[in-house]
Design a protein around this ligand. Structure first.
Ligand code: SF4
Length: 914
């Protein structure tokens, strides 16, 4: 057992503040005293930004245990709370807040002892990193120096240590195989394990899923299956069983697409039942693929380590470099880099280390052969199973680098989100932020900016000097791109002094949007207006902007043609690497050309008759009254139309599955609408449908409580209700809000009171912690409660006692945006009209939120809606048989305090039954 580190320590929560001397006692103290003590001498603390937040003193710094943990165990999971740290280090949990300062000393002692021990698994590279961190005055460097011994041989630096990926031959087309139902059932039985209870629902579901892997009979006619599977059916293994059989027998790749990172993590775990971690040749049969912006870009990291970052961000870069040597796949967002690491350093440090702007120079990069993104793309091309997200699958189908890597057998899990994902993937946005990105991609960095963003001319310097026409095209594009917005554009717009045709257009957009704004109480948040009845000045500015864009697109097209010609008639000096770089440039050129063409199309419509297929609008994005973007937007009225063409048509088999694929109104599940929303009708396909109901006893284990005496808009009453519900259930509450403003107001009123009762409260957008980590904290502590917005409604999977009550602040009405209004108006022509359109949205949200509550057979709990008016027609959102009770807050508190199943029967019970 290691000794506690004899340094003073500090802990601050909403319940109070505690200081502990180096070798002595712990005492409560005032916030002011804590701030003074921290200014005097570096104190041990945990999550310094959070402590600073609690003390109301933003400049606080100290010896943060989380930074030390990240240095000692770079890719290891740890919930960033005292309890989580205790678990990660095998220490005893503190009993209460007052016990935390001692734990911090013990944890520091344990971590320092690890540095001294011979079996420290992550020793390699530590000494060298520590030397760099000492130069950067990392507070821990002096403490650690005596404990991290100098290695006998010089340590290799990260960029030489990382392994290279291998070039692999293209995979042949999958064999045409037919897997039969008995085979699927037998395989499912193997996967679920000997002795596991046979679940008929799961078997039926698996048999149905097998259908999408049958050979296709006609071109452009994929097998499409819509499968609704209630929670608890075991749908993951249900589709992995036929998928793994098919992949094995055909030699093809199945893509499983999810909406949340949480499900991706779960899938990776479940897939280990069907596939080993590696094939005999060492390659992985299962690969998680995410958008490139999720991965560490080694070139950006190298820049950051060599002076691109200064001060605290430079310390972050070194800790990330430590992690890069131990990570499984280089995924920085939701992978094995602790989600909390970036938030310890404020600003956008993590984002700057990823490839956010598509500036990758491919084979021109010195780290290309070690690049995590390239490795993941290559592994995916050889994998049996690729786990990805909806947006990435759609983007890959639309513009995958080569045809062979485009997904053809796809399972969209969380299929109820495919519409939203298609909506954003197939939309166009001509905004200042987007346009400035394009400018940087073409021209390179503006003066004074750091980093390697070099622009088109530098990236294609060799081609430009070899091929005169190509060189001219680059020059023309760079010249024409001067018309795009540049740094400081938002300020110039606000002053009415735009520069260039694009800024002039955005200036007009901003002026018109403000002129028409009637949002009133929503002041400070985003505003928008439709594109009808636009003033002549704006239409004129749009014409000039469209011309300027065409002048950029023309040389880019010419350049694309020249690159093709160079590849076809390759010069001697063009080796494999050079070829790959030109291929890469061609690929990203094509993407930019499409983007500009979409912008031009958007502008060409302004002032003319509206295209009924699209919804266009102008918007100013703001947050807390600060503007951050201005622009024009275009969405498809029905985004499943492009989805059908781009994703469905070339595919051979597609399955959409979810617990809430269909809406359910008084007359039962609405499959007609689910089919219409799948995109299949655009190809004149009639998908197969399947349904397996949840085995859970909702009637006996859940109650929906509709609290009727909290007035809408009464914040003190709303806050009081939340506090009392959390107290009654002794934590374990997930609070869902439709507006961040109201959530902050409620949090501000109740966090201290609850903390004093030993009931910690966390909130998205308030605590300086990312959403994934907040969920980890919530899961880890049965007395904690969590407040949040949409992301929590969909992504939280917390089985067991940690989540026993979901509280919604009100009925989740859709926001009356221009896009919503247009779709609602289109739906008015259909059966049920516009109201049914809204009802479907609300029921889907309620069903999703309710779905957070019961995650396993043993779970039970309450679903509370604080709404005086809750139309009965929405009750079908809840699983059949779930009791629904309208009652006062006091009555609800009694039921929550007693727990489900303990209360006497209420007098008036409705139910979610149809
Ligand atoms: S190949 Fe591209 S993404 Fe990979 S490290 Fe190099 S620049 Fe970054």
């Amino acid at each position: 057992m290691s000794q506690p580190l004899p340094l003073p320590s500090l802990h601050a929560s909403h319940a109070g503040t505690w200081l502990r001397d180096a070798n002595g006692a712990t005492r409560g103290c005032s916030k002011g005293e804590a701030v003074m003590a921290a200014a005097d001498t570096p104190l041990l603390m945990m999550n310094a930004p959070l402590v600073a937040n609690r003390l109301g003193y933003p400049d606080l710094s100290g010896l943060d245990l989380l930074e030390l943990f990240a240095f000692v165990h770079p890719a290891k999971f740890c919930v960033p709370t005292p309890k989580g740290l205790a678990h990660a280090l095998d220490l005893e949990e503190p009993e209460d807040d007052a016990g935390v300062p001692l734990l911090l000393q013990q944890a520091a002692g344990a971590l320092v002892a690890t540095c001294e021990s011979d079996d420290w698994a992550e020793r390699e590279g530590a000494w060298s990193t520590l030397q760099s961190l000492a130069r950067l005055r990392w507070p821990w460097a002096n403490v650690l120096a005596p404990h991290v011994r100098k290695p006998e041989k010089a340590e290799k630096w990260l960029f030489t240590r990382l392994p290279e990926w291998e070039e692999t031959p293209e995979r042949p087309q999958p064999a045409q195989v037919l897997i039969d139902e008995p085979e699927i059932e037998a395989h499912l039985e193997r996967l679920t394990g000997e002795g596991a209870e046979k679940r008929e629902g799961q078997r039926m579901y698996a048999r149905g899923a097998g259908h999408v892997f049958s050979p296709r009979d006609r071109e452009k006619r994929p097998h499409v299956l819509l499968a609704q599977a209630g929670t608890g059916i075991g749908k993951t293994l249900g589709y992995l069983a036929p998928a793994s059989l098919w992949a094995k027998q055909s030699g093809g790749t199945v893509w499983v697409s999810t909406y949340t990172k949480n499900l991706q993590r779960q899938l990776r775990q479940e897939s280990t039942r069907a596939w080993p971690p590696a094939r005999p040749d060492g390659s992985p049969p299962v690969v998680v693929r995410k958008g490139r912006e999720n991965y560490l870009c080694l070139l950006n990291l190298e820049d950051a380590l060599q002076g691109g970052f200064a001060g605290r961000p430079a310390i972050l870069a070194h800790l990330v470099a430590r992690w890069a040597a131990y990570t499984q796949d280089g995924d920085m967002i939701g992978g094995d880099l602790p989600g909390w690491l970036g938030t310890l350093f404020r600003k956008r440090g993590i984002a700057a280390l990823t490839d956010q702007r598509g500036e990758c120079v491919y084979a021109g990069c010195p780290h290309y052969r070690k690049c995590f993104i390239e490795r993941s793309a290559r592994n995916a091309a050889q994998a049996d199973l690729v786990i990805a997200n909806h947006a990435l699958v759609m983007v890959n189908a639309a513009r995958g680098r080569d045809l062979a890597s485009r997904p053809t057998r796809i399972v969209f899990d969380e299929g109820h989100h495919v519409f939203d994902a298609a909506d954003s993937t197939f939309s166009a946005a001509l905004t200042g932020q987007e346009a400035i990105e394009l400018r940087r991609w073409i021209i390179g960095p503006e003066r004074n900016s750091r980093g390697r963003r070099r622009g088109l001319a530098a990236r294609l310097a060799d081609v430009a000097s070899y091929d005169e026409a190509g060189g001219d095209a680059v020059e023309e594009a760079v010249e024409a791109a001067q018309a795009l917005p540049s740094d400081g554009w938002l300020g110039r717009l606000a002053e009415g002094a735009p520069s260039g045709p694009l800024e002039a257009l955005l200036g007009q957009v901003r002026a018109v949007t403000y002129a028409r704004d009637e949002s009133g109480q929503e002041a400070g948040y985003g505003i928008e207006t439709e594109t009808s009845q636009l003033p002549g000045e704006l239409v004129e500015a749009a014409g000039s902007a469209a011309q300027a864009l065409a002048q950029i697109r023309t040389p880019l097209l010419k350049l694309a043609g020249r690159l093709e010609a160079v590849l076809e008639d390759a010069p001697d000096w063009l080796d494999g690497q050079g070829r790959a770089r030109i291929e890469g440039a061609r690929h990203s050129l094509a993407w930019r050309i499409d983007l500009i063409a979409a912008w031009e199309a958007l502008l060409s419509r302004l002032g003319g008759p509206a295209d009924p297929e699209f919804v266009d609008w102008l918007a100013v994005d703001r947050n807390d009254a600060r503007e951050f973007d201005v622009g024009l937007y275009r969405h498809w009225l029905d985004p499943m139309k492009p989805f059908a063409q781009v994703v469905l048509e070339p595919a051979h088999g597609v399955m959409l599955t979810s617990a809430t694929l269909t809406d359910r109104d008084e007359s039962g599940p609405d499959w007609g609408h689910a089919i219409a929303k799948s995109g299949a009708p655009h190809l004149e396909l009639l998908p197969k449908t399947a349904q397996a109901d949840s085995p859970f006893d909702y009637a006996g284990r859940a109650e929906v409580l509709i609290v009727t005496d909290i007035k809408r808009g009464d914040i003190p009453a709303l806050a009081g209700a939340y506090a009392r519900l959390i107290e009654a259930s002794e934590g374990g509450v997930l609070g869902l809000f439709t507006a961040i403003r109201r959530m902050r107001a409620v949090y501000g009123r109740i966090a201290d009171r609850l903390a004093r009762a030993g009931l910690p409260l966390y909130a998205q957008h308030v605590d300086p912690i990312d959403t994934g980590t907040l969920t980890d904290i919530f899961r880890d502590d049965a007395r904690a409660s969590l407040l949040g917005t949409d992301a929590l409604r969909d992504g939280v999977d917390v089985p067991g006692r940690s989540l026993r009550c979901v509280v919604m602040e009100s009925v989740p009405w859709p926001r009356p945006t221009i896009l919503h209004r247009a779709r609602r108006a289109a739906a008015a022509e259909e059966a049920g009209g516009a109201q049914r359109y809204d009802d479907r949205i609300i029921r889907a949200r309620l069903a999703q939120a309710f779905g957070r509550l019961i995650r396993s057979r043993e779970d039970s709990g309450h679903f509370v809606v604080l709404s005086p008016a809750f139309p009965s027609r929405l009750l079908s959102a809840f699983p059949e048989g779930t009791p629904v009770i309208r009652l006062t807050l006091d009555e609800a508190l009694q039921r929550v305090a007693k727990g489900v199943g303990e209360t006497t029967e209420p007098e008036q019970v409705e139910s979610g039954e149809s």
